[in-house]
Design a protein. Sequence first.
Length: 111
Amino acid sequence: MVEGYSFGQIKIDGKEYKHDVIVHKRVVKSWWRVSGHEVGLRDIEDIIEEKPQVVIFGKGSSGLMRVTKEVEEFLKESEIQIIQATTDEAVIKFNELSKTKDVLGAFHLTC
């Protein structure tokens, strides 16, 4: 469960992280993209391997990170629901959906 988010940091299971993260089944991984504020297919290789029902992209505090159409189409074709929101909204949605679904969160912590 994500306990809190503020610009540049996120708290998960009592530990604070100051870098972008992927959260799935209590697993936290550092996450960085080839093009910092854009999510392309190469950036979701770990996500694809996890095979979640839902992927929630936290696009930063202002929502500036962009998920490419290729990623959106690939996840839909893989029957993985995709949700995109500012990171504060994505954290709320992640916590809600995690109660009933297999959800993976990919959170950008700044801009």
